[in-house]
Design a protein around this ligand. Structure first.
Ligand code: ADE
Length: 242
């Protein structure tokens, strides 16, 4: 997969892209992340990328020309068309595991990071093909949001995670929060791990995990349970145990 990022603060990406799973995925060629500085596409000697809003008001607005030119030059260079061009904005559709799964199906995506108080609406209307928000809060810019999207998407690329089924067990991948996890020692201070996990009985462990995931989701995120595809027996068990 190739990911092109268009932003004003390229250095923001240095550390997050050079650690852990993303670093390994890049080194192994699963993903190629290319960062473009929008400022390189400005037209004047001061490298201006923003201007006052028409109609007045506080703050500055990112100009359309450098963003259009950066994205279009990259598309042309690659002979690439039909690539999703995703604008990170608090006004976009809400990011989720299923949106990550949708993006992970593409071999190439482009991410535009807005900044300052706003961005010329013509970028949204005529350049971006999708607008994504990572949550109902306002960040100073789209860079951190782009990193969130990249992290969630890259771990879904087949082969990136060590074990092929790791991503399938992640919270949200089946609509539920993940079950509790334990590792050694079996007793820490006075706290023992659930005995079923030492039983060696794989079907009982699987059932315990599934039920814990259901209970935890019911307690912490009841809104998610609708997506959890519970069978009648599980619903009955949940009503008796929560
Ligand atoms: N830029 C600023 N806030 C954002 C958010 N919540 N999601 C995506 N991009 C943003």
């Amino acid at each position: 997969m190739r990911i092109d990022i268009f932003c004003l603060f390229p250095d923001t990406f240095t550390s997050p892209l050079n650690h852990s799973i993303i670093k390994r995925a890049r080194e192994r060629g699963f993903v190629n992340v290319v960062i473009h500085d929008i400022r390189d596409y400005s037209h004047d000697k001061h490298h201006t990328v923003d201007d006052y809003p028409y109609g007045g008001g506080a703050g500055m607005v990112l100009k359309p020309e450098p963003i259009f030119e950066a994205v279009e030059a990259t598309k042309q260079q690659l002979g690439a068309n039909g690539i999703p061009v995703v604008l990170l904005t608090p006004q976009g559709r809400l990011f989720s595991q299923s949106v990550a799964q949708e993006l992970a199906l593409h071999s190439h995506i482009m991410l535009i990071c807005g900044h300052y108080e706003g961005l010329d609406e013509r970028v949204c209307e005529h350049l971006a093909t999708d607008e994504i928000s990572i949550g109902d809060y306002v960040l100073s810019g789209g860079e951190i949001a782009a990193l969130v999207v990249i992290d969630a998407v890259v771990r879904l690329i087949p082969g990136v995670l060590g074990s092929p089924d790791s991503a399938e067990h992640d919270s949200h991948s089946n609509g539920l929060l993940e079950h509790p996890q334990y590792t050694r020692p079996p007793v820490y201070r006075d706290w023992s791990i659930p005995s079923v996990l030492l039983s060696g009985n794989h079907s009982e462990i699987a059932q315990w995990r599934r039920r814990q995931a259901i209970l935890r989701t019911a307690k912490r995120r009841p809104d998610l349970l609708k997506k959890g595809n519970l069978c009648d027996e599980e619903r009955k068990w949940m009503s008796e145990n929560s």
